[in-house]
Write a new protein. Structure first.
Length: 209
């Protein structure tokens, strides 16, 4: 079935990783165009600030709410979805925007740091999709922020590359399964190249030690 997508001004969007980077800019731009957005990340202060900023701009008509949650926690993401439905009545678009990285040679990285990358980048997407799809069954968009490194690998970000390869495979498979079920959900993987965000500042860096 062909996905039925509303104009941005009529949409309710859930955006993970909304406290910085692509998620933050997406939230601001969608709200500027009149969307209602439900934001989530682990940083309470940053979420509170952007929510206050959006709700204070009466010129756009956009509105925001937020829930602090870790994308690797399915119950936390269910609270985010519940807030969207409780506050605005439904979900039209779900954006998996949370992501982390670590710089270093693969054999030097701790297992805990590598697991954290996969918990956020891979399991965060898996959990987000599991929560989002039931809300989008009557039509909507499921958008995941991948990376150009979904298609190739580079040294010193090997575990990040591996996580983004996994995200691409998961997204492609999910798209085919939803098409088979004839669900009107647009499944999109965005694969940016290097972008000016705090990504590098937030990443663990083994090269500096």
């Amino acid at each position: 079935m062909t996905p039925r997508l509303k104009p941005i001004k009529d949409q309710i969007l859930v955006i993970t990783g909304a406290s910085s980077g692509i998620g933050l800019v997406t939230a601001r731009m969608a709200a500027k165009r009149g969307a209602r957005v439900v934001l989530t990340a682990r940083n309470y202060e940053a979420l509170e600030q952007v929510t206050r900023e959006i709700n204070g701009d009466e010129s756009s008509g956009g509105m925001a709410a937020f829930v602090v949650a870790d994308v690797a926690d399915e119950s936390g993401l269910r609270r985010v979805a519940d807030e969207a439905v409780s506050r605005f009545g439904r979900i039209d678009t779900w954006v998996n925007g949370a992501g982390v990285s670590v710089y270093g040679r693969l054999l030097d990285l701790s297992i805990d740091d590598q697991r954290r990358v996969f918990e956020t980048n891979v399991w965060g997407v898996v959990m987000g999709c599991r929560v989002a799809v039931p809300h989008l069954r009557n039509g909507g968009a499921l958008i995941t922020i991948g990376s150009i490194l979904s298609d190739r690998a580079i040294p010193l970000q090997g575990i990040y590359c591996a996580s983004k390869h996994a995200v691409k495979a998961y997204t492609d498979s999910l798209r085919m399964e939803l098409e088979h079920d004839r669900l009107p959900i647009a499944v999109t993987l965005i694969k940016p190249y290097s972008i000016d965000t705090p990504y590098t500042e937030h990443a663990e860096n083994y090269l500096a030690t």
